[in-house]
Design a protein around this ligand. Structure first.
Ligand code: TMP
Length: 212
């Protein structure tokens, strides 16, 4: 049973319909099967407060300004950190987060035009300065992602073509020239994606000497 010398925080990012939630679930199962202790979380909505916030931002049935919307995501993040991530890090677990701080940069920053530096600074504050060790970015063309979203039912307010293009370009911009990001092709089968990312994570753990 592999023991880690510390907890590892991994974010799984991508646009709506990229398949990142399926990947996060599959990764969690596979890493558990390899003997790692994992915690699977998501943003928004992985705490009692987060569930309320998720309903507010998803239904958008009351007026919410762009600034207020970002602060709601940041509040969800702060709660997510203190309730889920920090305790799991203390237990030396692998934490797989289905979305984290970069989603705000991509959606509220690149998508909605809010100031990127401000978002970076509030993100850092809401995460109590805890760094993300590794990010997995599931890349999928916007058209394919929207087709998948359409099949799932009514499109959410975020699932608009022009908006998602801005978000997708934002993610590309964020992740160019980064060594702590694994970029994968979300048009591949869920099984292939899982195998590929699972072994990349295990390799990363070995390279960083995080096995005791
Ligand atoms: P989900 O469908 O992946 O659960 O995400 C819910 C929506 O919330 C998705 O459309 C992206 C959006 N979102 C933001 O706009 N900003 C954020 O910071 C986060 C975490 C999610």
């Amino acid at each position: 049973m592999p023991q880690l010398t510390r907890g590892i925080l991994i974010a799984i990012e991508g646009i709506d319909g990229s398949g990142k939630s399926t990947l996060a679930k599959n990764l969690s199962l596979s890493l558990e099967q390899q003997g790692f202790n994992t915690t699977l979380t998501k943003e928004p909505g992985d705490s009692q407060l987060g569930k309320e916030i998720r309903t507010l931002v998803q239904t958008q049935n009351i007026p919410i300004s762009g600034h207020a919307q970002y602060l709601l995501f940041a509040a969800d993040r702060a709660q997510h950190l203190s309730e889920r991530i920090i305790p799991a890090l203390k237990e030396n677990k692998i934490i797989l987060c289905d979305r984290l701080a970069d989603s705000s940069l991509a959606y509220q920053g690149y998508g909605n035009g809010l100031d990127l530096e401000m978002i970076k600074s509030v993100n850092k504050w809401s995460m109590q300065g805890i760094p993300i060790d590794l990010t997995v970015f599931v890349h999928v063309p916007v058209e394919i992602a929207l087709e998948r979203c359409g099949k799932r039912g009514a499109l959410s307010p975020y699932e608009k073509k022009e908006f998602l293009h801005k978000v997708a370009d934002g993610f590309e911009e964020l992740y160019k020239n980064r060594t702590d990001v694994i970029i994968v092709d979300g048009t591949e089968s869920p099984e292939n994606l899982n195998k590929q990312v699972c072994s990349a994570i295990e390799q990363w753990i070995k390279n960083k000497n995080l096995l005791s």
